[in-house]
Design a protein around this ligand. Sequence first.
Ligand SMILES: [Zn+2]
Length: 377
Amino acid sequence: MSPMEGGALAKKRKPTTTMDHQTSSSSASVDNNYFNVSHNHVTDNKKNKKKKKKKKRNKAKPKRYSLMSYWELPEYMKDNEFILNYYRANWPLPQALFSVFRWHNETLNVWTHLIGFVLFLGLTMVNLLRVPQVADLLGFFARSTPISAVTNVSRNFISEMEIAAAGHEMSGVAYWPFYVFLGGSMFCLFSSSICHLFSCHSHPLNLLLLRIDYAGITMMIITSFFPPIYYIFQCDPRWQFIYLGGITIMGVFTIITLLSPKLSSGKFRTFRALLFASMGLFGIVPAVHASIVNWGNPRRNATLVYEAAMAFFYLTGTGFYITRIPERWRPGWFDIAGHSHQIFHVLVVLGALAHYAAILVMLDWRNTFGCDNNNAT
Ligand SMILES: [Zn+2]
């Protein structure tokens, strides 16, 4: 019943005397008031219950944060004026985490390097589970089981694998520089994904993650030098020391320089890119040196082709990073897909894969010939 209906009922009562009228009308108004009060109480209760339900629903379903335009962004997030929309800003960490499955202008930046990270993790696992370790494990099981026809067969198989493994170990080739490179690449790709996913949370976290991202890029460049310099100059430790020492000092200097918050801003984009590129171009010196030393080695060409592909991917990527092509030509067109940073990310992964292929050629060469015959075919 509504308060309107309550009032109509009170009006229908016919008063007998004035007193009566007064009393009855006053009692009616009391009734009416009571009715209204009790009704209000009921509706209040309903409202409260609804509010509680809403609150519960709000708790169960986190608020869906909306995306914003470049002009609505806080100052610290204004980095690329050619990307106009689909920004996240000041999002809580859980929302930022789950935004990995939402479309915004960082989605593909996160996924391009996350897929790259998983790819390099897979390559690391495959290399760690190589023949020697598998042979060791199988050998352990075979030795601890009684002799039977089945184990005889497995022993033959294992002894073959052990011979192969021994060949690996006899060559005396150290694998640590190869894993240093894989570790450095994984660190770079993973820290980049994390940076792109969470830097929308707050200004302090944004600054911290950007610095970790730059440190990751530097780590990837430094660690990329370890395997080629180590394997090419394996028989001349003096050059190993000079080149690896040189690039490590450059890397440490770069990380210290980029720790300055000023240098994380958009203004210093070109400076940062040139710093990374100059570290990469430092590689020309040992590359020319190595080519002269290994002039007669036919594997030199295969290695050079892969390394040239790597240089092409990295330098083209740096070009996209600096120029912010194609979004500068059509601001707003490439907000979600196709902007320069995504192209740069894909080229970084391709460059790292080309370098990985070059290292496999060098490893195979050293595993086969060791130090005895540097120019062996
Ligand atoms: Zn990035």
